[in-house]
Design a protein around this ligand. Structure first.
Ligand code: NAD
Ligand code: MG
Length: 386
């Protein structure tokens, strides 16, 4: 009998969180569940905690503590609320932490897991965007393991050979192009929330769906890739591939290009983060190449999708500029979801905030939190003035 691995899931009520639960339940012989967390959806959190037999459930918003305690009364499940409880949950000795909170809010718990040398399956790309260099330094210092869950980065991770630094010529990051891939700028001006939330290939949370529509998601992923893989910025190329079948590719010095393919279903990269270096069975739709027929590729259009240019600029400039880009984007996306700004305003506002706040050399984590807080204030003020 093999010993079960214990897994904690941060952001368990979300799109990645519930897909993770699906795999953990299918493979209950291999995995047990330690901590599960959510922001404010108490009922869903309590139901999942009971369903998977979690040892601990934490709600991020402390206002829901009593509700969570009542919902889990009579069980052995420990309950907690607030940021400090999220951090304590990450400090519990589970073998694997799936980081699936959305946004910079995931940074502190993810760092706590890294600092105890855990294996972290990282979906929460915003954390690497706003504190990448500091986070990867902590990974090395504490002998933690960071495994990407983002499908593109999982693909690269799966085809990247050991010690490949001087053998990799290019990383080709594929992008679906989102729902507005073929739209003119003029048409994009009047995009509605519902249109922007309807991704052609993937079912995801609201924030990443909007990021995919503006292509900021691919910009964030460019920065994420740079932190995860040993390749200079100019060697990471974005390729638009509308079918989302090729999840990304690595080109080697001998001209070989290795790609990872699969159905657009996040359960595959989540399972890989859980089972690596092994693989486990996942009940995803199999690719039928004859039915697919053809795969298409095209260059991204940074005129219609300026977020791609802004993210590349942030990466080239470095320092705190990616933190600024991320914070401004989070606030702008939230404002768009609340119908306060138009679709094209998202990138416009991010660009303005980047220009206004500028970049500083990044030396410590406090600076990340201060920059993030300042950017959120500046962006909110800018939106209020529109
Ligand atoms: P989601 O909105 O569906 O779920 C987010 C989860 O985080 C929820 O459980 C929510 O309760 C929790 N949460 C939100 N704000 C929080 C806060 N302030 N404090 C604590 N918890 C909070 O999002 P998602 O689509 O599952 O995405 C999660 C992360 O994974 C994002 O960073 C996203 O970019 C990344 N990702 C998602 C997909 C996907 O297919 N959904 C693919 C690749 C990467
Ligand atoms: Mg992705």
């Amino acid at each position: 009998m093999t010993l079960k691995k214990s897994v904690s899931v941060f952001g368990v009520t979300g799109s990645i969180g519930t897909s993770t639960v699906d795999i953990l339940k299918t493979h209950a012989d291999k995995y047990s569940v330690d901590a599960v967390t959510a922001h404010s959806n108490v009922d869903a959190l309590a139901a999942i905690a009971k369903d998977v037999g979690a040892k601990c459930a934490v709600i991020g918003d402390p206002a829901y503590f009593n509700q969570l305690r009542d919902a889990l009364a009579g069980t052995d499940i420990e309950v907690g609320a607030g940021e400090s409880a999220l951090i304590e949950a990450a400090e519990r000795p589970s073998d694997i932490v799936i980081a699936a909170i959305v946004g910079a809010a995931g940074l502190k718990p993810t760092l706590a897991a890294i600092r105890r040398g855990a294996r972290v399956g990282l979906a929460n790309k915003e954390t690497l965007v706003c504190a990448g260099a500091l986070m990867t330094a902590e990974v090395v210092k504490h002998n933690a393991t960071l495994i990407p869950v983002d499908s593109e980065h999982s693909a690269i991770f799966q085809v990247l050979e050991d010690r490949a630094e001087d053998r990799v010529d290019r990383i080709l990051l594929t992008a679906s192009g989102g729902p507005f891939r073929e739209w003119s700028l003029a048409d994009m001006m009047s995009v509605t929330r519902v249109q922007a939330l309807a991704h052609p290939n993937w079912e995801m949370g609201a924030k990443i769906s909007i990021d995919s529509a503006t292509m900021m998601n691919k910009g964030l992923e460019l920065i994420e890739a740079w932190h995860l893989f040993p390749v200079s910025e100019d060697r990471i190329e974005i390729v638009v591939h509308p079918q989302s079948v090729v999840h990304s590719m690595v080109e080697y010095s001998d001209g070989s290009v290795l790609a990872q393919l699969g159905s657009p279903d996040m359960r595959t990269p989540i399972a890989y983060a859980l089972s690596w270096p092994d693989r486990i069975r996942v009940d995803v739709k199999r690719l039928d190449f004859a039915t697919i027929g053809s795969l298409n590729f095209e260059s991204p259009d940074t005129k219609r999708f300026p977020a791609l240019r802004l993210a590349r600029e942030a990466l080239q400039e470095g320092g705190t500029l990616p933190t600024v880009l991320n914070g401004a984007n989070e606030v702008a996306v939230d404002a768009f979801l609340k119908d306060k700004i138009g679709f094209l305003d998202i990138a416009g506002i991010v660009e303005e905030v980047m220009g206004k706040v500028g970049s500083e050399k990044l030396t410590n984590l406090d600076q990340v939190f201060e920059t993030d807080a300042r950017v959120r204030r500046e962006t909110a003020a800018m939106i209020a003035a529109v």
